[in-house]
Design a protein around this ligand. Structure first.
Ligand SMILES: NC(=O)c1ccc[n+]([C@@H]2O[C@H](COP(=O)([O-])OP(=O)(O)OC[C@H]3O[C@@H](n4cnc5c(N)ncnc54)[C@H](OP(=O)(O)O)[C@@H]3O)[C@@H](O)[C@H]2O)c1
Length: 227
């Protein structure tokens, strides 16, 4: 059975992604920074659980060591965990602490975890990495406000391009996904209406790409969008 690890999977898009992957027959590892919440969500979707705070390098090392012991291989990594620490804050009046927090979780967390799990991904016959990004991180159409969130997702997209290039020959596909404006704890208060099932399905599509599927792209609902 192929194995998938999803970060920030105790609620929202992460939990729904874990559910859809489990439905497709993946052995899913639900991870969350709160061990109890990880366990509860895992029980709900029929998965195993692991504590993982992506903003803490030590937690990343511990989680990678655990996956390395059992199951010893990873087919899918979904870097979903994310925070919006400065939504609506003006770029001309930045909160640098909030920008740092966004970078620590949304960028460094995903990057460190991907590198830590790379040996296990390389051991898979069809390795896939999905970086859950946002249209707000697309530089070509970027507007104002929310500088920390935007820069962290733009950096995550850069990581997609860098790693997908370097790992192309090894067959590791690395793509960015924008889930759209989804009615979760993050999107809901801002008026998002898109059901979480629809937000997750584009991520699951990238996580389950066939060998002739794309790499190094940025997609929403299965369609390419501009970086
Ligand atoms: N919702 C939208 O409209 C939308 C649009 C574009 C992109 N996205 C992206 O989609 C992803 C999921 O968003 P969502 O809407 O599902 O948000 P959400 O409901 O706020 O859930 C965020 C998840 O990330 C986890 N998380 C935060 N910091 C973490 C850390 N340091 N370590 C591990 N987990 C951490 C949270 O865990 P706790 O419960 O412990 O806080 C939670 O499980 C995010 O990357 C977000 O940027 C969302």
């Amino acid at each position: 059975m192929p194995t998938a690890l999803v970060t920030g999977a105790n609620r929202g898009i992460g939990r729904e992604t874990a559910r859809q992957l489990a439905d497709r027959g993946y052995d899913v590892i639900v991870t969350a920074r709160d061990e109890e919440k990880a366990r509860a969500a895992a029980a709900e979707v029929g998965a195993s659980s692991l504590r993982l705070d992506v903003s803490d390098p030590e937690s990343i090392e511990q989680a990678a060591a655990s996956v390395s012991r059992e199951p010893g291989v990873l087919d899918v990594l979904v870097n979903n965990a994310g925070i919006g620490s400065d939504f609506g804050v003006a770029g001309v009046e930045p909160d640098f602490d909030a920008i740092q927090r966004a970078l620590d979780t949304n960028f460094f967390g995903a990057y460190r975890l991907t590198v830590a799990l790379l040996p296990l991904l390389r051991a898979s016959n069809h390795p896939r990495v999905v970086n859950v990004s946002s249209g707000m991180g697309g530089v070509s159409e970027m507007g104002g406000w929310s500088p920390g969130y935007r820069v962290s997702k733009a950096a995550l997209n850069a990581m997609t391009r860098i790693l997908s290039t370097e790992l192309a020959e090894a067959g590791v596909k690395v793509n960015s996904a924008c889930p759209g404006f989804v009615a979760t704890d993050m999107g809901g208060p801002m008026g998002a209406q898109k059901p979480v099932e629809d937000g997750a399905s584009g991520i699951v599509w990238l996580a389950t790409l066939p060998d002739d599927g794309p790499t190094g792209g940025f997609f929403r609902d299965g369609k390419p969008i501009a970086f």
